[in-house]
Design a binder for this molecule. Sequence first.
Ligand code: URA
Ligand code: SF4
Length: 206
Amino acid sequence: APGAAEFVPDQADLDTLRSAIQGCRGCDLYRDATQAVFGDGPSRATVLLIGEQPGDKEDLQGAPFVGPAGKLLDRALEEAGFDRSMVYLTNAVKHFKFEERGKQRIHKKPGRTEVVACRPWLLAEVARVQPRLIVCLGATAAQSVLGTAFRLTKQRGVLVDPGEGDFAGHRVLATIHPSAVLRSRDRDADYAGLVDDLRAAVSLAG
Ligand code: URA
Ligand code: SF4
């Protein structure tokens, strides 16, 4: 597959990008998903948050973070002191990857090929929004922005320099994914850790 680059219109605003993405054939994920889920939030947001990929609810509704992980994220953002007008929410991969089990659609982690294929959409969003801070939620987003050598366990909740490459010059912070909090055996501690990292993000963006 060619990757998304040839499907991304040049110099387009967010609304134009949001409609163009429905025609993307940059990898195979468009085949089984309901629709592409583009980012959402004000074009002047100071913080751009990146998740992994849309889930079942997001795929059906066409908006990011509207399912259970999104509810948890909303609560954590509010507790950390984020104002919704500060936040643009998106994902590293824009189509839902899943496996059918009976009538359930079970989330499948996107592979490196899909993350790389979809990155032009993410880059276009970053170029339009020009956030003061990029927050990566989980390893998939972190590795899309910071490269495959990045380890969340070693560098979370602090400012990271993306170095040379597509994200050069941006300020980046990584933390755990809200879905990891939902799956955790120590949910309270992991939730508190997420809120702490988001508090650090608020002050870095201020
Ligand atoms: N998980 C994500 O990473 N993104 C969403 O939009 C929803 C759940
Ligand atoms: Fe295009 Fe990304 Fe969807 Fe693949 S996942 S088809 S690259 S929008």
